[in-house]
Design a protein around this ligand. Structure first.
Ligand code: ADP
Ligand code: ADP
Length: 233
């Protein structure tokens, strides 16, 4: 089991102005799944993703990621856990403008103290998979949006995390670049067995997922498999 969440709620704000973003969410994600999370703006998608990312905490409930109770982990332990077990992809890429594409991609390995020859080997490997070989020495401002997002996917995947959390990764891309990124995420899911949780507004992006959870007002509204059949948990 990669994610086990039980009765997770999240309330923002204090006294007077409380905003319940997540209302008693219970869910599991199995190893190797590619799960889509959909729903209107304000439904709670990003809040849930941020909690699974360990960058925010739930107000109540239990969350185990890969069997570990993340509420019980200390900050140093969480930082280590994020670096080794989790990969992140954002709508706006989050690439560092002062680093080359290659240095952006290998950053997680460099921070983990992986030897230089191993970093080089992994960089070439992932650049091939994501069709980035020709732009490795360029800088983010010199490449297209699709290339930037593929570089961000490469960075998310290079340390071979078990769980990849992607928040609207195709939100800023045209449909051709979006398809390319989605197909590559799908390949990484199938060949590297990375479990992926994808937040999206876009039904086309969601069609790449094995199952789709719809959220509304902080709750799970409906769950479908990829053929649009309703699932009962
Ligand atoms: P999205 O709809 O793509 O999830 P939003 O525009 O809702 O993005 O949120 C962008 C950022 O602003 C997020 O980091 C979110 O946590 C924060 N945010 C959203 N709503 C509020 C709010 N009412 N008060 C403070 N911060 C908010
Ligand atoms: P989604 O990603 O589905 O658009 P969010 O998780 O961003 O939804 O937001 C869920 C609800 O929580 C919204 O009402 C949003 O305004 C609120 N919210 C999100 N982040 C914050 C924040 N940092 N402070 C206060 N309210 C927030």
């Amino acid at each position: 089991m990669i994610v086990q969440a039980r009765n997770v709620s999240k309330t923002y704000g204090s006294n007077g102005h409380l905003n319940k973003a997540l209302d008693n969410i219970t869910m599991t994600i199995l190893e190797g799944e590619f799960v889509g999370l959909m729903g209107p703006s304000g439904a709670g998608k990003t809040s849930l993703l941020n909690i699974f990312s360990t960058i925010d905490t739930a107000s109540s409930g239990e969350i185990k990621i890969m069997g570990k109770d993340i509420n019980a982990m200390k900050e140093a332990e969480l930082a280590n856990f994020r670096r080794h077990e989790l990969g992140f992809v954002f709508q706006d890429y989050h690439l560092l403008d002062t680093l080359s594409v290659k240095d952006n991609i290998v950053l997680p390995l460099a921070l983990s103290g992986v030897p230089v020859h191993e970093i080089e080997k992994r960089a070439q490997e992932i650049a091939h998979k994501l069709d980035l070989v020709d732009v490795l020495s360029q800088f983010p401002y010199q490449i297209s949006g699709g290339q930037k997002q593929r570089a961000a996917v490469a960075r998310a995947m290079i340390a071979k995390p078990r769980l990849v959390l992607a928040d609207e990764p195709t939100g800023a891309l045209d449909s051709k670049a979006a398809t390319d990124v989605l197909e590559r995420l799908q390949t990484l899911n199938q060949t590297d067995r990375a479990t992926i949780l994808l937040v999206t507004h876009d039904a086309y992006a969601a069609s790449f997922c094995q199952r789709i959870i719809f959220m509304k007002d902080g709750r799970f509204d409906q769950e479908l498999d990829r053929r649009g059949r309703s699932r009962v948990e």
